[in-house]
Ligand binder design. Structure first.
Ligand code: NDP
Length: 305
């Protein structure tokens, strides 16, 4: 007989692991398809200062390790596989990874989002050779070097401030003449004497030989082009939802976020959602965790009929 799980949870960030803790405590014996590496985006952040309960803040990876251990304590089964495709057209639902196929009566999708790229050819050519989306992972390679951070949101402020620990100079290149970031994060960056702002500019080309040596910029008002010497470029231009395995299986909006009426139910009865994959507004660890909790409670009601 086929092994049909009561609940499969796809993703192991704050949304997926909170859903797991709730579902495991409710005796739903969830299986978590955690991805090849667990933990989501907090695994590549430094201190998280706004997750309630930690007076001095907590490092992102430590927070995620704690959530994982908590989930395991209640008996959740964790599988380190990446879901490639799904079939939600019939029950039980089918989830396919590279090596296995899983069947489940209900599913919580908590796959999160992934850093957006500029989409220019030279960005791809220099990927890992001076182009990165993760200052915490790669910042230490830029000791006494000059780097650029692209973007004007909280991530750009956070990454650029972090990079001043290593780099001699950090440019923030933003396409408009004002930041989107919160005031407190902006001020932290603006008051840092190692940070220089390049307003109203976008990157049209990454320049270099084997490694990045500069950026070709275009003024977004005048169209005038210029070149800036840098040793590295960090992208902090937002995120895109990880919905590739669900295309054609459930309703997605034009930006490919999962459509929900109430933040938890999807267009497929029995498939629920939590976290950034359905949220382009809040995108916080705590809101993702909250959505994970709600999704698990809804699954419990759904399975109880
Ligand atoms: P955001 O979507 O908030 O900001 C993206 C920035 O990148 C914007 O300034 C945008 O420009 C710019 N941008 C987008 N696309 C392009 C492009 N193709 N070329 C050039 N620039 C581009 O993303 P973030 O990752 O900064 O933040 C996401 C969420 O995470 C937010 O809710 C934020 O508050 C939160 N966050 C919170 C932190 C904290 O509190 N410690 C730390 C980091 C993130 P424009 O302004 O013109 O739209």
């Amino acid at each position: 007989m086929e092994d049909v799980r009561k609940l499969a949870i796809i993703g192991s960030g704050p949304a997926g692991l909170t859903a797991t803790i709730y579902a495991a405590r409710a005796n739903l014996s969830p299986i978590v398809l955690a991805g090849i590496e667990f933990g989501g985006q907090l695994m590549t952040t430094t201190k998280v200062e706004n997750y309630p309960g930690f007076i001095e803040g907590i490092d992102g990876p430590e927070l995620m390790n704690n959530m994982m251990e908590q989930a395991k304590r209640f008996g959740a089964e964790i599988v380190y596989e990446f879901v490639r495709s799904t079939d939600f057209s019939k029950k039980p639902f089918v989830l396919k990874t590279d090596s296995n196929e899983y069947l489940a009566e209900s599913v919580i999708v908590a796959t999160g989002s992934t850093p957006r790229r500029l989409g220019i050819e030279s960005e791809q050519r220099f990927w890992g050779k001076g182009v990165s989306t993760c200052a915490t992972c790669d910042g230490a390679f830029y000791k006494d070097k000059i780097v650029a951070v692209i973007g004007g949101g909280d991530s750009a402020m956070e990454e650029s401030t972090f990079l001043t620990k290593f780099a001699s100079k950090v440019y923030i290149i933003h396409r408009r003449d004002e930041f989107k970031a919160s005031k407190v994060m902006q001020e932290r960056a603006l008051n840092n004497e190692k940070i220089n702002i390049v307003w109203s500019s976008e990157v049209v080309e990454v320049v270099g030989d084997t490694f990045v040596t500069g950026l070709k910029l275009k003024d977004t008002n005048t169209g005038e082009e210029s070149e800036l010497s840098v040793d590295g470029m960090f992208l902090a231009i937002g995120h895109e939802p990880m919905t590739e395995p669900f295309v054609g299986q459930m309703e997605l909006d034009p930006r490919k976020y999962i459509v929900t009426e109430d933040g938890v139910h999807t267009s497929v009865d029995g498939v629920f959602v939590a976290g950034d994959v359905a949220d382009h507004v809040y995108q916080q660890a705590i809101t993702a965790a909250g959505m994970g909790c709600k999704a698990a409670i809804m699954v419990e009601k759904y399975l109880a009929g």
